[in-house]
Design a protein around this ligand. Sequence first.
Ligand code: AMP
Length: 206
Amino acid sequence: MNIVLLGKPGAGKGYVSKYLQEKYGFTHISTGDLCRKNIKEKTEVGLLLEDYCQKGLLAPIDLILKMLKEEVLSHKNENIIFDGFPRTIEQAKELESITDVNLVLFVDVADATILERISKRRVCPKCNKMFSIDDAKDEKCTNCGANLIVRADDNLDVAKNRLLIYEKETKPLVDYYKAKIVVVDNSGSVDNTHKILDNIASKFLK
Ligand code: AMP
């Protein structure tokens, strides 16, 4: 069972993935995380990706596919959640040649909430756990104790740009996947989102 997560940047795809990973044993593959890892490790691909990621622009498909294919191969026969891929119809078609997509979850939140969440978002540079400054006032990771940082692409101008790119490039995927899509309203409380995800799991997971 493979799931594709769709939704605007900052809608909470990482959070939804984490819940499904921890509670239902999915493997989480995030192309954004793969980009950041390669950039941090200054790999050949990482050096090519850096400028795109900092500006919030879509990176060239061949660079993303190279990382994605390696990751999928190393998780053969596992149930995967794809987070941040596909972001275009072209990428969706590529994914079909790599593996099946059984379900698409559209994580839905209003733009105003997204911009507020992005401005408060912090991430652990060691273990990638995400926080809101509201829940991590001392700016330390509750998982591993590292000092939290602001993602380079989490400033408001870049966030607005990423939303524009989403509208143009990624939104058409909602129609492309219309036969497989289920909406996850992530504008309410954490408990509410968990309930929605548990309902979806009871319906679609065997
Ligand atoms: P994310 O964490 O998913 O918001 O991704 C962070 C950045 O990584 C994006 O702004 C892009 O620069 C790059 N990126 C991640 N996934 C993709 C993708 N599927 N296609 C192109 N660029 C991507």
